[in-house]
Design a protein around this ligand. Sequence first.
Ligand code: HEM
Length: 309
Amino acid sequence: MLLLVLLALGGVEALSLEHYRQSCPKAEAAVTAAVKQAMSSDHTVPAALLRLHFHDCFVRSCDASVLLDSTSKSKASEKDGAPNASLHALYVIDNAKRAVESLCPAVVSCADIIALAARDAVSLSGGPSWALPLGRKDGRVSLASDAAASLPAPTARFEQLKQAFNARGLSVKDLVALSGAHTLGSAHCSSFQDRIASPALRPSFAKALRRACPANNTDAAAGWAFDSSTPKAKASFDNGYFRMLQSGRGLLTSDEALLTHPKTRAFVALYAASQDEFFRDFVASMLRMSALNDPAGEVRAHCRRRNSS
Ligand code: HEM
């Protein structure tokens, strides 16, 4: 009923594969080109773009609220929230938006650009690709406090993770499949400090982490790759993360937590054994996560600013 009312008001537009077919047919290709260009000189880009999409979708919805800069009027935007401190490569979204605006001004939302860039980051790293329904709107609200409240912490245990995903209509299967994104990228020492001292950690793994993150560590950039089975510069999107988990080398408490419940442990085993199953379920879960959107937003002209303040 509510949906019908909103439709009557012209407020709801479903996401669609045809959304920009008439209005901006080259939008997808322009985003792909921007991602490719950035990846050619910076191997950390795919991980950053994939994480950006997750952090966008889990706070309010996939509405690019994560991109808004703080202003004198609205201080402390999402980007300034602690969980977003290590987001990076936002320049790739700026570049893509610039390219798309030159093709068709004020048509393509920043939220769609993030979703497309995340999809491309996966496929250009050797992972699966998928047709992505488009037509997301950009939000106008962006609060640092929302980021801290909505994004699960690296110290989260199974019940907290389950609850965070359920709150967005996502299942424990989605939790495991999407955590497979940790096949790319790395975490700073501060994100897994709690793990280093854990007696549950494999001694050789604990030793390696202690070497990377000594107690007197002053290097803020120090960290460890989630899937250290592939060299950092050649990181590929595969099911290596699940094999790492099974061999006792899960980096974060939240990674390890996937082994603590029989249901999630079974999905970890399934994905560790079959990359095809992982890819299939990852795509389905990404589509579910990236469909979260509030259609009452706008299409921003500049991704870092609301159209009017
Ligand atoms: C299940 C709950 C999750 C938690 C608690 C979590 C937490 C984290 C943390 C703490 C980091 C490292 C931050 C740093 O130290 O710089 C990280 C990195 C990352 N996360 Fe997650 N994450 C979760 C789920 C996801 C999901 C669903 C995705 C994407 C679909 C994702 C994608 C990534 C990627 C790609 C990186 C590496 C980023 C880079 O190297 O720049 N994560 N995550």
